[in-house]
Design a protein around this ligand. Sequence first.
Ligand code: PEP
Ligand code: MG
Length: 316
Amino acid sequence: VRASLTAASTGPGATKDGHAVPLLANIGGPKDVRAALEAGAEGVGLYRTEFLFLDRATPPSDAEQEAAYRTVLEAFPQGKVVVRALDAGADKPLAFLPPPGQEPNPALGERGLRMLMRHPEVLSAQLGALARAAAGLTVRLEVMAPMVTDVAEARAFAAACAEAGIDHPGIMIEVPAAALRAGDLAPEVEFFSVGTNDLTQYACAADRQIGALARLQDAWQPAVLDLVALTAEAAADTERGCGVCGEAAADPMLACVLVGLGVTSLSMSAPSLPLVRAVLARHTLAECRRAAVAARSARSADEARAAARSELPALA
Ligand code: PEP
Ligand code: MG
């Protein structure tokens, strides 16, 4: 089935009736660019910059950062590249940025943008390197902050971007508070990108690193679908893009549901792209919307899967 579905999978992402859904790649650095291009990614939807900072006692130099970013940006002259500002802490601890004290719950501690606000020099160095790396290139550079909770944080990040000459600031929606009040956050930035891995972790209060909690760490949980829907609605109301860059985007059936909820682009690891592209191309936007309504009407993750499947003929 997989082979027959993906056989004709090329070109930009779109539903059967031509509703465009850009399909982007999640990358960890220049080494992942080739796979993204080979899979036909229209750009990068999540560049996890942490890898440049891992396993070292001091941050990479400005020149080293600029060189890595430039290599990635140059690879997508026609597309866009969404770079995530350093997401340190919790499941991504960095030796040179330890939390200020012992954190009993690192996932609820000083991580992501919270950490960058404590160390503004790290953020401004990264944004400066990105601005220099993009100078003179045709690629559209967007930069987003991880782990944003409220308006003050979104505003502070947008201000830091403006100061560094970054024109397109966005925020990840990974915290339920941010999803619930996405309408308040939208005016502060240009776009949202939903991180369903963390959004699910926080919505279901289930640590993403604890395998025994896998049943709850499931983006098909109707509560998670509701949070994505609220985010996408707030984005549509304010004419902002709303991507998804968590693992959920790589599940072909869930990808259709996300599009039906109003998500405007999907970003995933390169190997997942062809199947998602193929399944999306076999369903109309109306079918995706019906699948989304059906999934949100369910009372469990399994029921949501079954309900969505029954509305998606190529998967039924
Ligand atoms: C997410 O949380 O869904 C996400 C894309 O970011 P990460 O997995 O790197 O935390
Ligand atoms: Mg995350």
